[in-house]
Design a protein around this ligand. Structure first.
Ligand code: SF4
Length: 292
């Protein structure tokens, strides 16, 4: 029978036979579930709440997955990571308009993980895309009227007894003095203004920043691939709804004892599938059915 060597936790290679998962992998999962179950005092983020809502096991595995699994995620997350890090570094120097295009290019190239690309053609296209987005954002920043007041700002707040955290890639003040919490987006189909109002991640950022700062900011998305800026002004009832949803999920996480895997089509894109015994077993049984 063929055997597949899979990249595993902290650089350790798990060897998976085609008839199921290794005992070590299952032991790791049991240990991680136990660790999460017995240390419930964690700060919740939109990312881990959404993981839990999709699949409780994904929530647990994501807490322990190694950074190296970024490679399995492909070129777009690597692009986002490098573009975001470059713009945060530029914002710390006063914004993209305060640095040269060469500086942006060098920072981006230094930070971009070329190993995330499947081949040199994808690497070339992704690098070109990143450089184009940075150049366009820099040109737009020269005309941008809002004042930059912070980069990579983490907000924390407690809803009832539950702690939440959210990070703004950039914080600004409009000319009228309104606070803005913004994120950078490099996806092909970013949420426009209407979808942004229903975006749980930006909504939670606005809700947490509101409690942390005492003023309600606007949520903003810099959709870099399409060179557009979208923003959303959340009314109180919408923010309360986001807060309620966040608290319901956080309480469910605290009460869960099993964090059972929820298998489905979403597993195909799950970033922690290599660590998940339920997925590996399903995959092995699919291979058996096909006689491979
Ligand atoms: S592969 Fe599927 S079942 Fe396993 S953690 Fe990911 S989403 Fe959950």
């Amino acid at each position: 029978m063929g055997r597949l060597a899979l990249a595993g936790r902290a650089g350790v290679a798990h060897t998976l036979s085609s008839v199921g998962t290794s005992n070590g992998q299952q032991k790791d999962e049991r240990r991680w579930v136990e660790q999460v179950r017995t240390t419930p005092d964690r700060v919740f983020t939109a990312g881990n709440l959404m993981d839990y809502s999709l699949c409780p096991r994904k929530f647990v595995l994501s807490l322990f997955a190694p950074a190296q699994q970024r490679r399995a995620l492909g070129a777009v997350p690597a692009l986002h990571s490098a573009v975001r890090a470059t713009l945060v570094a530029a914002d710390r120097k006063g914004g993209p308009a305060a640095v040269s295009l060469e500086w942006l290019r060098d920072e981006f190239l230094r930070r971009f993980d070329t190993a995330a690309c499947s081949d040199s053609l994808e690497e070339e296209q992704t690098v070109r895309l990143g450089l184009r987005m940075l150049a366009e954002f820099q040109a737009a920043a020269r005309e941008h009227p809002d004042e930059l007041v912070g980069a990579d700002v983490r907000y924390e707040a407690t809803f009832e007894d539950l702690p939440f955290a959210a990070v703004a890639d950039r914080v600004e003040k409009t000319q009228e003095g309104r606070l803005v919490v913004a994120r950078y987006d490099v996806t092909r189909n970013p949420p426009g203004p209407r979808r942004l109002l229903n975006d749980f991640s930006i909504g939670l950022l606005v809700a947490v920043a509101t409690l942390a700062t005492g003023e309600k900011p606007m949520g903003r998305l810099y959709a870099l691939r399409v060179n557009k800026t979208y923003q959303a002004d959340y009314d109180d009832s919408r923010l309360e709804g986001i807060q309620r949803r966040a608290m319901t999920l956080a309480r469910a996480i605290r009460a869960d004892a099993e964090y059972a895997p929820k298998l489905g089509d979403h597993c195909r894109w799950c970033r922690v599938r290599l660590l998940c015994s339920a997925w590996q077993e399903r995959r092995a049984s699919m291979l058996r059915v096909r006689g491979w």
